[in-house]
Design a protein around this ligand. Structure first.
Ligand code: GDP
Length: 311
């Protein structure tokens, strides 16, 4: 499956909601107040948020006042132009040429957001593209997390460094770093404990992990990514803000976008935080982690059957 097909199947639910809201335009060409209401509702359902929805509607209204009549594809193009502008700079791209060796990617986020799965999928993806990868199982808090990661490691042939349940996460990170350094790995991926952002002691543990790594590598971790469950829509925003404040994030991975109609939450999250989105989780299989692409995202979410060319 190519990237477009992956995105298309991942965003099927959100795209169906938008498709039905935009569908009237392809018939009559005229825009009515009801059509606009339906578009507004669809944008809310997809979790684009009030600001983005308002901007899209304003742009459609402005065009309508100028043109008097709008066709379906024109309306979709207007929405696309607005969304593309909002998403400018949102594509995070890992620098495989980085001088940092290993490049440390630390995944943080609340329980169940998909960190462990993302860690395995990312390791697989990087390895497939020729990088050497080591994984540090620093979620010593959840007993099953290390086992889960080791299982993934066996299945995908990825080396996992772990400690025993309840051991010091920072010590595991330090060991994993030493090992990755000795083996000259390109990437060290760190899975961390799922923490409720209100739990200060767990936040402190994350800060300690960072401090301990920085004793050996002042720039560590080079990538601090928040893994957010996209199916919870904009609810992810509150946690993102706290993690950003406490840990200093420079990237996002949005998971579980398959099977949700809330694909628009990506726009709200980026708009609010301005942190680039590196990858999207579009399923539970190893190959279901996709590099974020604004083009592929908009192509798959907006009703493409009406659009002949990209705006
Ligand atoms: P963690 O607690 O943050 O480490 O979360 P896990 O990695 O254990 O994931 C929690 C659940 O979400 C697991 O059942 C995963 O299989 C599932 N999951 C993770 N990413 C995705 C995704 O992109 N799509 C779907 N459908 N499920 C996912």
């Amino acid at each position: 499956m190519g990237i477009f097909e992956k995105f298309k199947s991942g965003f099927r639910k959100g795209s169906t909601v938008l498709q039905s809201a935009f569908s009237h335009f392809s018939v009559g060409g005229k825009i009515s107040q009801e059509d606009l209401l339906e578009i507004e509702e669809a944008f809310y359902l997809c979790d684009f948020g009030p600001d983005t929805t308002e901007e899209v509607l304003q742009a459609i209204n402005t065009a309508f006042r100028a043109e008097k009549e709008l066709k379906g594809e024109e309306v979709v193009k207007i929405a696309r132009v607005v969304l593309s502008r909002i998403l400018e700079g949102s594509e995070g791209v890992l620098n495989h040429e980085s001088t940092a060796s290993p490049q440390i990617v630390c995944l943080v986020g609340v329980n169940g957001s998909g960190k462990t799965t993302t860690c395995a999928k990312l390791g697989h993806r990087l390895k497939e593209s020729g990088s050497s990868v080591l994984i540090g199982a620093c979620d010593t808090f959840r007993a099953a997390a290390t086992e889960q990661l080791k299982d993934w490691g066996t299945r995908l042939n990825l080396e996992v460094i772990s400690g025993h349940h309840g051991s010091d996460a920072a010590a595991v990170a330090f060991d994993a770093y030493s090992s990755a350094l000795a083996k000259e790995c390109t990437y060290l991926l760190l899975d961390t404990a799922g923490r409720l952002h209100v739990k200060e002691n767990l936040m402190d543990e994350l800060a300690k992990l960072k401090r301990v790594l920085q004793k050996r590598e002042p720039e560590a971790p080079h990538q601090s990514w928040l893994v957010v469950d996209g199916s919870t829509g904009t609810n992810g925003l509150a946690q993102a803000k706290v993690f950003h404040q406490k840990f200093g994030l420079n990237g996002l991975v949005v998971t579980k976008l398959d099977g949700t109609s809330k694909g628009g939450a990506l726009v709200s999250i980026y708009r609010e935080l301005g942190i680039p989105i590196y990858y999207l989780g579009l399923g539970e299989q190893p190959n279901d982690l996709q590099a974020f692409s604004v083009e592929a995202y908009l192509d798959s979410l907006l009703p493409t059957s009406m659009v002949s060319t990209s705006a």
